[in-house]
Write a protein that binds this ligand. Sequence first.
Ligand SMILES: [Ca+2]
Length: 297
Amino acid sequence: MSAAPRPRDPHARGFALPLVLFFLVLLALMVAPAAEALRSGLKGAGATADRVARDALLEGAVNVRIAELLTLQEEQRFFQGSWQERELAGVRVRTRILDLTARVNINIATRDALERLIAGVDERPGVEARAPLLAAAIVDWRDEDHERQPGGAEDEDYAQAGMTFAPADRPFLSVDELHMVLGMDEGLFERLAPYVTVSRRRGGIGGHAASRAVLMTLPDFDAAKADSLISKRSRDPLAPATYEGFPFDEFAEEAGAIFEVAAELPGDPASRWTADVELVQRGSGTAYRIVCWRHGE
Ligand SMILES: [Ca+2]
């Protein structure tokens, strides 16, 4: 069900803004030495010091974008994950914010949804046979029981495959944990990772930010419907994301509340720092919680 609208304090933003501006100034002071170190190339200081300075700058850039998120009302938080380039303390950085309802929660998605996602992102031959098996193995990894899903994999299958570990039988703790699922290979993991998350508490998909592959995990959604919605969205990103009465509201109760915020140096995706961030309404203000940090592409 859609979340009930929360009462708003008309002074909430006015109260929060000075605090956020103070936070931004503080961050600028924190990232300035890192930026100066990067600009000067840390001559003679070595690669490790360079990396520390770069990481401090990029973590600062992520925090700046989080601070900006806090200044927005919930209905203003439309972020589809497009990269923006900007200067931070004299260094060019790229940042992006993505509403995580654009990603499939692998801890809650149904076997059918996982199968549709895998079939949609893996274009290699044999995917029709591979997708249902892997979707079942993902569900077996996270479910508490040892009953094999049709085509799935439980303890004995891992043992037979020569693995020294068995399914965790609890929710995935990270997207990287998908690597351990029987049948997962690096090629598929790399195709799948940009479309999945473990940071959300609920399972739905948000119509205003989800990509084509993710929209097509929804029941009764096909390529034509997904393309139609994406085209409508590109004409007016702030329009309510609906498609012929499809009840996105019921699926996306977390929309505008949980985000992936990333920063990297231009042309260097390996430098990327990413935080999954949950915003929580607290009284007249907005609090936030960083669910996890990740480094790398
Ligand atoms: Ca299991």
